[in-house]
Ligand binder design. Structure first.
Ligand code: Z5A
Length: 212
C-alpha cells in the first residue's frame, strides 16, 4: 500500500448554497491544477447531458412536476450512471473537481421534509470524496449575488434550510472556506487544500465509498 502502482487522482467536491461561487472556483481550480502539471477535469452534478439529467433539468426549470422522492432518486441515479467512469478516471491519475455531489442530494431533498437517512440510502456505494470543500456564505448574501433566477429551490427560506442540513452532514473530510472573501483569496485557499489532497492520493490513499 502506498506504492506508485496505487497512485491515483483525487476526488474533490465543492458544495454550498446556490451562488456561493462553486462554478467560478471549480473552473479556476481545474485551470490552476493543469498549469501546475496535474491532470484534472471539471465535473458537475446534475449532469444535464444524460437522459436522466434531462429529466432533472426539466424539473428544475419548472417544466415538469415530480414527486419529491422520485426526483431525489433521479439525482442519485444521475451520480450512479457516472460512477464507473469516475472510478476509471481517478485510477488513471486524473483529479476530478466535482461541482455538487451526494451532499447536495441529501441537503436539498431533506430541506423539503424527506427523512435524512432515507435520502442518504441511495448514495451508499458511490465513491467517497477525498476532500469536500464547503463554500460558506450566509443565504442572505448569496441571494444578493446577481439575484436568483427562475429555477426551483432559488428561494431564501428554502436555502436557509439547506444550509442547516449541510451543517448536519459535515464530516472529517470537510474543509470550510469563507465564500464572502474576495474571489482570489478563495481561489488561493482552495488550491492549497486541494494540492495537499492530490499529494496524498498520489501516494496511494485507497479509494473508499459513501456513506462514511
Ligand atoms: N440539487 C439537488 O437538489 N440534488 C442534487 O443531488 C444535486 C443538486 C446535485 C442545480 O444546481 C440545483 O440542483 C441546485 C441544487 C440542486 N439548486 N439550487 N439552488 P446547479 O449546480 O446547476 O446550480 P447552482 O448550484 O444553483 O449554481 P450557480 O447558481 O451557478 O451558483 P454557483 O456555481 O455556486 O456560483 P457562481 O456561478 O460561481 O457565482 C455566482 C455569482 O457570484 C456570480 O455572479 C459570481 O461572479 C459571483 N461570485 C462568485 N464568487 C464571488 C466572491 N467571492 N465574491 C463576490 N462575488 C462572487
Amino acid at each position: 500500500r502506498g506504492g506508485k502502482e496505487d497512485s491515483r487522482g483525487a476526488l474533490v467536491v465543492l458544495e454550498g448554497l446556490d451562488r456561493c461561487g462553486k462554478t467560478t472556483q471549480s473552473t479556476r481550480l481545474v485551470a490552476n491544477l493543469e498549469k501546475l502539471g496535474h491532470s484534472a477535469e471539471l465535473w458537475r452534478f446534475p449532469d444535464r447531458t444524460t437522459s436522466v439529467g434531462q429529466m432533472i433539468s426539466s424539473y428544475l426549470s419548472n417544466k415538469s412536476q415530480l414527486d419529491d422522492h422520485t426526483i431525489h432518486l433521479l439525482f442519485s441515479a444521475n451520480r450512479w450512471e457516472k460512477r464507473s467512469l469516475m472510478e476509471s478516471k481517478l485510477k488513471s491519475g486524473i483529479t476530478l473537481v466535482v461541482d455538487r455531489y451526494s451532499y447536495s442530494g441529501v441537503a436539498f431533498s431533506s430541506a423539503k421534509g424527506l427523512d435524512i437517512e432515507w435520502c442518504k440510502a441511495p448514495e451508499i456505494g458511490l465513491l467517497a470524496p477525498d476532500l469536500v470543500v464547503y463554500l460558506d456564505i450566509p443565504p442572505e448574501k448569496a441571494a444578493e449575488r446577481g439575484g436568483y433566477g427562475g429555477e426551483r429551490y432559488e428561494q431564501l427560506e428554502f436555502q436557509k434550510k439547506v444550509g442547516q442540513n449541510y451543517q448536519v452532514l459535515r464530516g472529517p473530510t470537510w474543509k470550510i472556506i469563507d465564500a464572502c472573501s474576495p474571489m482570489e483569496d478563495v481561489e488561493e485557499q482552495l488550491q492549497e487544500m486541494v494540492l495537499d489532497c492530490v499529494k496524498t492520493c498520489q501516494e496511494g490513499k485507497p479509494l473508499s465509498c459513501l456513506w462514511s
